[in-house]
Design a protein. Structure first.
Length: 95
């Protein structure tokens, strides 16, 4: 796979571009992973399947969402990380 357009979610799934949080501050201080705060991850919807349940969520391409770090299937295209999530794995739309 060369690009995310080669991944088309089917059914009640969505393809998410994972937004990585910076591992260090602007001044160069390394930030440790906190087990409690790192369980929830954020990402941007790249593509949405055509299932009935995911349509009811009223989400669209480009929406920023939150989801559990350990949910879904991981995909890596080049150096970019994606997740393929089921409709019930999307926790919230962030506005």
């Amino acid at each position: 796979m060369k690009n995310p357009q080669s991944i088309r979610p089917v059914g009640n799934r969505a393809l998410i571009l994972i937004e990585n949080k910076p591992a260090k501050t602007e001044s160069g201080i390394l930030l440790p992973e906190n087990q409690e705060t790192e369980k929830i991850t954020e990402g941007k919807i790249i593509a949405i399947g055509s299932g009935d349940r995911i349509k009811k969520l009223d989400i669209k391409k480009g929406d920023k969402i939150s989801f559990n770090k350990y949910s879904g299937l991981d995909y890596k295209v080049g150096m970019i990380n994606y997740k393929l999530l089921e409709d019930d794995e999307i926790l919230a739309v962030l506005e």
